[in-house]
Design a protein. Structure first.
Length: 213
């Protein structure tokens, strides 16, 4: 477990015991509920956290974090299976990496200043398809966090693992089933090409003037 600062970023790392396939970038000490919604397969944004889906249901994962004052100049995709950016509004501040069960290593807590702010979170994941043992970390996650005023909600740079594909297919089915029962807007009846229009009917009903005497 280590924490150091260089010219560009404050770096932290640690090991977290996850449960229910969930790792959190959490707003302070908020209690987080994971809703059923369409997901990227890697993450989804909730009111109090960015929810990241792990491959392992219960066990240890490696986590590294970089907190920056500005966005990084490049996107590292070569060594990762999935990479995505999301915006997250933190009302409390003090962003923390945690498990759903509340495991928070000291090195991964209070990563940003207290107080309301919007952050861009870049999520990198690898190893989610491995059959790792619960006693040893088999998955790696890197979070790069910086303040932003961006209106860009989501950018997916890479999505290649089977864990993400499976979750995307599950939520796609959920989305399609929910829209299938949504009432459709009423359509205006179409007039036949040969049916008389209102002007034609009016002319037909118009009385002819009497013949001149």
């Amino acid at each position: 477990m280590m924490r150091d600062v260089d010219d560009t970023a404050a770096k932290s790392n640690g090991v977290i015991h996850v449960t229910y396939n969930v790792l959190l970038v959490r707003d302070g000490d908020a209690v987080v509920e994971v809703s059923r919604q369409r997901t990227t397969g890697l993450c989804q944004v909730e009111p109090d956290a960015v929810v990241v889906f792990t491959g392992i249901h219960t066990g240890l994962v490696n986590v590294a974090v970089e907190t920056r004052s500005v966005a990084p100049r490049t996107v590292d995709m070569a060594d990762w299976d999935e990479v995505a950016d999301v915006d997250f509004r933190a009302e409390r501040g003090n962003l923390t990496i945690a498990s759903l069960g509340g495991d928070v290593p000291a090195s991964l807590s209070e990563l940003t200043p207290p107080g309301p702010a919007t952050y861009r979170v870049r999520i990198h994941a690898r190893g989610r398809d491995s059959d790792g043992a619960a006693s040893e970390p088999s998955e790696d996650y890197l979070f790069i966090i910086w303040p932003t005023e961006s209106k860009e909600r989501l950018v997916i740079y890479k999505e290649t693992d089977q864990a993400g594909a499976l979750r995307r297919s599950m939520t796609r089915d959920l989305s399609e089933s929910s829209t299938a029962t949504r009432p459709q807007p009423k359509q205006k009846p179409q007039r036949s090409r040969h049916a008389p229009g209102p002007r034609q009917v009016a002319r037909a009903n118009r009385r002819e003037p009497p013949p001149a005497k």
